[in-house]
Design a protein around this ligand. Structure first.
Ligand code: GLU
Length: 320
C-alpha cells in the first residue's frame, strides 16, 4: 500500500532535521541531563484519530511545561475564567519562563505558561482538591492521552531537591496572597505534574484532543469542555513557546507549548495534533529540531491559522 503523504513528509523531515545537532540538553534539573541528545520523534494524530509517526515516538520523556496548559484548563473548569483571572493574567511576559517577577500594578503572574503563573494555577487546584489534586491532574492528562500515564520519580525527586528558584517564586506568590498557606504542598504537586512521563505519540494524541474541541480523537470521550479548550488554545497561541512565542505565532501560527525536556506540542484547530521530541534546546529553551520541523510542516501544509483560505490548508483538510 502506498504511504500516506503525511507519513512521507514526516519521514523526510525526520531524516533531514535529525542531522541538526545545534542546542543543548537542559541540565538545571540534574536528572534531565541524562537524556540522549540524539533522540528524535515526530508524531501526528488527526482529529479523527489517524496516527502518523516516525523515529523515537515511543520513547518516554517528562512532560515538564507542556503540563501547564492542561492545569490551566482544569482551573478554568474548576473556578471559571473570571475567578482565575483574579490570580493570573493572560499577557505574554517577554521575560524568561522562570523569572521572579509579577505584573506591575496587579501583582499577578503575567500568564499561566510562565512558572509563577503555573504554580499559582496548581495552587488554585490544590486549594480546591487538596490531597487529590495530583491524581486529578494525572487522570485528566491520561484521559487526553488515552492511556494511564505515570510519574518519573527520579525526575520528580531531582527537581524537588534542586528547584530553589521555583521555591523562591512560590514564596513571592505567598507574599502577595496568590497562593494559600499550604504553598509547599501545592508546590510539590507542581513538581509532580512536570514529571509525568509520556511519549510523542501520547503528546500528539493530547494535542489532537484539543484540536477535536476537547474530545479524545479515537474514543470520542469528552476530556475538556469547550470553554477550557478555547482558553488553553488561546494561551498557547500567545504564550506557549517561551520568548519565541511572537515569532512562532508569526511563522508557524498555531497554538503550541514546549517544555525543557524537549517536547513540543502543536494544535491545528479542528484538524490535527502534532508532537515532536528532541532534547537539544535552542537559546530560547525550545527543542531545536522541534522548531524546525514545525516551521516546515506549517509552511508545507498551510497550517498557519491565517492561511485558512490558501491551497495548503484545504489540501490538509482533504487528506485527513
Ligand atoms: N519543571 C520545570 C520548571 O519548573 C518546567 C520548565 C519548563 O519546561 O519550561 O522549571
Amino acid at each position: 500500500m502506498e504511504k500516506h503523504e503525511l507519513q512521507v513528509v514526516i519521514e523526510d523531515l525526520h531524516e533531514r532535521y535529525g542531522r541538526l545537532t545545534t542546542g543543548e540538553v537542559a541540565t538545571y534539573i540534574p536528572e534531565l541531563s541524562k537524556a540522549d541528545p540524539e533522540r528524535f520523534g515526530i508524531a501526528m494524530v488527526s482529529s479523527s484519530g489517524q496516527l502518523f509517526k516516525t523515529g523515537d515516538c515511543d520513547v518516554p520523556f517528562t512532560i515538564q511545561s507542556v503540563s501547564k496548559p492542561f492545569t490551566f484548563g482544569l482551573a478554568i473548569e474548576a473556578y471559571g475564567a473570571e475567578r482565575v483571572s483574579q490570580y493570573v493574567g493572560v499577557e505574554p511576559s517577554g521575560d524568561a519562563f522562570n523569572a521572579i517577577e509579577l505584573q506591575h500594578g496587579t501583582n499577578r503572574p503575567f500568564n499561566p505558561m510562565v512558572n509563577s503563573g503555573a504554580i499559582t494555577v496548581t495552587a488554585l487546584l490544590h486549594a480546591k482538591y487538596g490531597r487529590e489534586t495530583f491524581d486529578i491532574i494525572l487522570d485528566r492528562t491520561s484521559k487526553a492521552a488515552g492511556r494511564p500515564l505515570v510519574v518519573d520519580e527520579a525526575v520528580y525527586e531531582s527537581e524537588r531537591r534542586t528547584g530553589h528558584r521555583n521555591r523562591a517564586i512560590a514564596h513571592l506568590l505567598l507574599n502577595f496572597g496568590l497562593v494559600h498557606d499550604e504553598a509547599e504542598s501545592a508546590f510539590d504537586v507542581y513538581f509532580r505534574q512536570c514529571a509525568i512521563l509520556l511519549t510523542a505519540v501520547d503528546l500528539a494524541t493530547m494535542a489532537a484532543t484539543l484540536s477535536n474541541m476537547g474530545q479524545h480523537p479515537v474514543t470520542g470521550d469528552p476530556v475538556f469542555d469547550l470553554t477550557s479548550t478555547r482558553a488553553m488554545l488561546a494561551i498557547m497561541f500567545t504564550c506557549g513557546m517561551y520568548d519565541y512565542s511572537g515569532e512562532w505565532a508569526y511563522r508557524v501560527g498555531v497554538p503550541a507549548k514546549s517544555g525543557v525536556s524537549g517536547g513540543v506540542m502543536a494544535v491545528v484547530n479542528r484538524q490535527l495534533g502534532i508532537a515532536t521530541y528532541s532534547p537539544r534546546l535552542d537559546t530560547r529553551g525550545n527543542s531545536a529540531r522541534g522548531i524546525e520541523t514545525c516551521v516546515e510542516l506549517a509552511s508545507r501544509f498551510g497550517l498557519h491559522a491565517f492561511d485558512c483560505l490558501n491551497v495548503g490548508s484545504s489540501f490538509l483538510t482533504t487528506m485527513l
